[in-house]
Design a protein around this ligand. Structure first.
Ligand code: SF4
Length: 349
């Protein structure tokens, strides 16, 4: 790309007013708590899924004080099923910091917002723009795609210098007038364009307000942007999950460590090898009841094959990991890892 940046902000603002989304619940507010909650939930999760969770969260935690005061288990339990649980833990810590450090009011600047747990530069930009009319850019995956295509930006975004250059362009393209109205609308407009028009495959250029300025469209190569060379390396891993039941039908659940997969959530005890599980069953004098076919659980960087093994014991033995015995009915209220919840709901044996 070369030359001056095209003056697109007024086009985006006008298009958003006429064609953009306006009925999502977090669009009807400038309350930073609500905007922040929606932004965190929308990271890596579709709007349709977030709608339910957002309503439930707000019913249970109507403001930042309520969230900060809640036990972490309650927050994780409500988050269960949304995935990426580090988001929920950071959400909770962030609420506590907003209360302790900022007296319960979210700060208005990108610098202060991004110092809070779980708030990256783009999320900070969204909160600053939506709630405070700040001239702050966002650069999530949707906006990255729109901007690189519009500008014909072919720098490799795996390189930090290129990523920085794109942030600078995002900053320079922002509205310059009537920021209190224009910034929320422009920010929403860029998100909407990425989600509704400039889609990864077959963008709808004929419906795009930026078409007259768009370098990628003129070249006929929108799908070649954005450029990013680093490829995700996926790994496959197998876990054996022990569903051990005592004479009362209670099941043993472990609390996962604070780091790694399902950190801080409840799970059936995990064994990385079938032999290790079988050896443990023998030592504990447990009766193997059933081995279920594996279930695939897809994580960001790996495919996890989960094998559920059901066994029973007459006397509770010393367990391999810290945890507790729970009635199956009780487990619904725990912060369970979502696939474990699914496995437990799929049958007691
Ligand atoms: Fe995307 Fe096409 Fe619009 Fe360019 S003209 S920003 S490629 S939808």
């Amino acid at each position: 790309m070369s030359g001056a940046l095209p003056p697109v902000a007024p086009l985006v603002v006008r298009w958003q007013a006429e064609h953009g989304r306006s009925s999502l619940p977090w669009q009807r507010t400038r309350d930073p708590y609500r905007v922040w909650l929606s932004e965190i939930m929308l990271q890596q999760t579709q709007v349709a899924t977030v709608l339910d969770y957002y309503a439930r969260f707000l019913a249970r935690f109507p403001d930042v004080h309520a969230l900060a005061a809640a036990p972490q288990d309650d927050v994780l339990a409500l988050w269960s099923g949304l995935g990426y649980y580090s988001r929920a833990r950071n959400l909770h810590r962030c609420a506590q910091q907003v209360v302790q450090v900022h007296g319960g009011r979210f700060p208005a600047t990108v610098a202060e917002l991004s110092a809070l747990p779980g708030i990256g530069r783009s999320t900070a930009g969204a909160i600053a723009a939506f709630c405070f009319g700040q001239r702050a850019p966002i650069l999530d995956a949707n906006v990255r795609r729109v901007l690189t295509r519009l500008l014909g930006f072919d720098g490799d975004l795996a390189q930090a210098a290129q990523e920085r250059a794109l942030w600078q362009h995002a900053q320079d393209l922002l509205p310059t007038q009537q920021l209190d109205d224009a910034m929320p609308r422009y920010t929403q407009g860029m998100m909407d364009l990425g989600a509704m028009v400039c889609q990864p495959r077959q963008p709808r250029c004929e419906a795009c307000p930026l078409q007259a300025h768009c370098v990628a469209r003129a070249k006929g190569t929108p799908e070649q942007y954005p450029v990013r060379t680093r490829k995700l390396v996926r790994k496959a891993q197998a876990w054996w999950l022990l569903q051990l039941q005592d004479a009362q039908g209670q099941v043993w659940l472990e609390r996962r460590p604070e780091r790694g997969i399902w950190a801080g959530l409840y799970s059936l005890p995990v064994f990385e090898e079938r032999e290790a599980l079988m050896a443990w069953l023998e030592g504990a004098q447990a009766q193997l009841q059933q081995e279920h076919p594996s279930m695939l659980h897809v994580l960001t960087h790996r495919d996890l094959y989960l094998h559920r093994v059901v066994a029973t014991v007459a006397q509770p033995p010393a367990m391999p990991v810290p945890g507790g015995w729970y009635d199956l009915a009780e487990t619904a209220a725990l912060g369970l890892a979502a696939p474990v919840r699914k496995l437990l709901q799929s049958g007691a044996a």
